[in-house]
Write a protein that binds this ligand. Structure first.
Ligand SMILES: [Ca+2]
Ligand SMILES: [Ca+2]
Ligand SMILES: [Ca+2]
Ligand SMILES: [Ca+2]
Length: 254
C-alpha cells in the first residue's frame, strides 16, 4: 500500500536546457549592382558632374561583409558619387568628344569588406550625342584653278569639297561664293552649286581680257548655330593660240 501511494504522488522534475546559439555571419552574399536610371545619351559638351545615371548596391550580409564600395574600372571620363546610403550617381568626370569616342562601356565594380572580399561588376553603356563643335574644313587654304580660254560656258571649272567631322545636320554643308576685294564681283563670271560644290563658268574667258581672278568659297554646316570656314580660289586663264598675228614678228622676216 505504502509503496503504491509513494509512486502516485511522485513529483515530476523537469529540466530546462537553455540553448544559446549565436549565428555568426559569413560573407556569403556578393554585392548586387542595379542601374535604376540611365539617360539615353549624354551630349558631348556635358559639363563635369552632369548626371548620367543612378545606381544602387545591395549586400545582405551584416557588418563589414555587407559594407560595399563602388569603383569604376579603367580610365573613363565618368565617376560614381555616393549620394545617400547605398545610392550612387554616375556623373561626367572629364571632357567628352563624340568625334573621338561616341560610346563608352563603363565597368563598375562593387566590393564588400569581407575577408576575403566578394565583388561583382556591371557594365553600363553610355552613348555620347553630337554637338556642332566643328566647322567644315577645307583640305587646303588656297586652291589654284587653271582654265583654258574660250572654254565652254557652264563648264565645271572645279569642285570644292569641305569635310565636317560632326554628324547629321551638324555636318551637312552648303557652299556659297564670297566676293574677294581684290577681283571685284565674280558672280558674272562663275557660280557654285551649293550642294555639290561644283563651280561653273558663266562666260567663256578671253586671256587677252582677263588673266586671273580670285574669289572665296564659304562652306557652312546646318547646325544651330551654323559654323563656317572658307577657302581662297585663284583662277588662272590659260592662253591659247587664238589670235592670228596682225604684224609679222621681226624674226619671221626671212
Ligand atoms: Ca557580402
Ligand atoms: Ca567634339
Ligand atoms: Ca561634334
Ligand atoms: Ca559641324
Amino acid at each position: 500500500m505504502a509503496s503504491k501511494g509513494q509512486s502516485r504522488f511522485r513529483v515530476g522534475i523537469s529540466v530546462y536546457f537553455l540553448l544559446l546559439v549565436e549565428v555568426l555571419d559569413v560573407n556569403d552574399n556578393i554585392p548586387e549592382i542595379s542601374v535604376t536610371s540611365l539617360v539615353s545619351t549624354v551630349k558631348e559638351d556635358a559639363p563635369i558632374d552632369a548626371m548620367v545615371g543612378m545606381i544602387t548596391v545591395a549586400d545582405n550580409d551584416a557588418g563589414k561583409n555587407g559594407q560595399v564600395t563602388l569603383n569604376i574600372q579603367g580610365s573613363a571620363p565618368f565617376k560614381v558619387q555616393n549620394s545617400y546610403k547605398n545610392y550612387y550617381a554616375l556623373v561626367v568626370n572629364g571632357p567628352l568628344d563624340r568625334e573621338r569616342a561616341s560610346e563608352y562601356n563603363v565597368t563598375i565594380t562593387a566590393t564588400d569588406e569581407g575577408t576575403p572580399p566578394l565583388s561583382s561588376t556591371s557594365v553600363i553603356t553610355v552613348h555620347i550625342s553630337d554637338v556642332n563643335d566643328n566647322a567644315p574644313c577645307f583640305p587646303e587654304p588656297i586652291i589654284n584653278v587653271y582654265v583654258k580660254e574660250n572654254s565652254q560656258i557652264g563648264a565645271v571649272i572645279h569642285t570644292v569639297s569641305a569635310f565636317d567631322p560632326d554628324v547629321g545636320d551638324n555636318a551637312r554643308i552648303t557652299y556659297s561664293l564670297l566676293e574677294s576685294s581684290k577681283s571685284g564681283p565674280v558672280t558674272s563670271m562663275i557660280n557654285i552649286n551649293s550642294d555639290s560644290g561644283d563651280i561653273h563658268s558663266l562666260q567663256s574667258f578671253n586671256y587677252e581680257e582677263i588673266k586671273t581672278f580670285e574669289f572665296k568659297v564659304q562652306a557652312t554646316d546646318s547646325g544651330v548655330p551654323p559654323l563656317s570656314s572658307n577657302v581662297t580660289v585663284n583662277v588662272f586663264i590659260l592662253d591659247e593660240n587664238d589670235n592670228s598675228p596682225g604684224i609679222l614678228a621681226p624674226y619671221s622676216e626671212y
